[in-house]
Ligand binder design. Sequence first.
Ligand SMILES: Cc1cc2nc3c(=O)[nH]c(=O)nc-3n(C[C@H](O)[C@H](O)[C@H](O)COP(=O)(O)O)c2cc1C
Ligand SMILES: Nc1ncnc2c1ncn2[C@@H]1O[C@H](COP(=O)(O)OP(=O)(O)O)[C@@H](O)[C@H]1O
Length: 305
Amino acid sequence: MVLEIKYIDHHDQIEDLGHIAVLGFFDGLHIAHQALINKGLELKKKTGKKLFVFTFDQSIRKYLYNEPFYYLTSVDDKKEILETYQVDRLYVFKVSKEFISLSPENFINQYLIQMSYLVVGFDFTYGFRSVGNVSHLKAYKEFETIVMPEITYQDEKIGSSKIRQSLDEGEMDLANYLLGRNYQITGEVIHGRGVGKLLGFPTANIDFTNYYLPKRGVYLTKVIIKDKQYYGVTNVGKKPTFKDQSISLETYIFDLSKDLYGQIITIEFIEFMRDEIKYSHKEDLIKQIYKDVERSHEIIKRRNS
Ligand SMILES: Cc1cc2nc3c(=O)[nH]c(=O)nc-3n(C[C@H](O)[C@H](O)[C@H](O)COP(=O)(O)O)c2cc1C
Ligand SMILES: Nc1ncnc2c1ncn2[C@@H]1O[C@H](COP(=O)(O)OP(=O)(O)O)[C@@H](O)[C@H]1O
């Protein structure tokens, strides 16, 4: 099903009447977010109404504090995931000074008053200074508000902070469990320094822009290129063996030999294998990468058996 995507700003109004709106920033679109979407889907099946998801183009908190935001899922990632859920439309609020100044009442009146159902999480807040909350929403008689309770994992709230923490620790099994899929980064293949080919391991360097990077080191990954799937070994890091200290995300892709520059590819992180090492001789790094490739084949076998 093709999902329609509409960006809206503080001038826009929503013309559709009587549908289901699931609201949230949804960074990660993890299993707790998926519970909200599933609730919306259940209502859609029961009532025949359309299912809309409302999200924001960036984190309002980071916008307020003027901090950079490193996301777990881009808007395009969210669109792709929601396509598998029979969501009819994705509305993306464009965060701006005017948008965040909307009072809670104006926010509801402008965008949501004509909906039949609102589905939100227990800690959802909205409107200027986030003063609108779920009890305010429940007071509206125009629509029914369904509040989804907190979902926990080992007594902790499942959320993007917990996922970021597991990515920081290289705990990919936990991160991927909480996400309900493998953590992935999609971006354009850009030029590196051309050293990879000289080492005998050409690597596709990805422009990861504002994505949250997992712990520095070497990973077994899956690589998706135009719907075809490969395995690879990915290095996230500063390549301490060399002088260049910039962080890169680069992958040696198995069973592939072609020019990838300019293509948009997806890297899925499966398992953290080791930390980055600073070698005095590049020959030792080459030997280590041979070992990484060998070990990654063993991991693939173990995981697929
Ligand atoms: C599987 C793998 C493991 C790597 N491990 C290390 C490492 O431990 N230390 C290091 O300095 N660089 C490591 N690298 C990065 C290489 O140094 C890098 O691929 C090379 O510098 C090529 O950079 P380029 O893409 O800019 O040409 C690794 C790369 C791969 C693909
Ligand atoms: N198996 C492969 N895995 C990754 N990239 C490959 C592979 N085969 C060919 N390439 C191509 O080679 C380029 C990488 O070569 P490399 O010397 O590492 O250059 P750069 O420093 O620009 O990344 C990739 O961007 C891609 O176009």
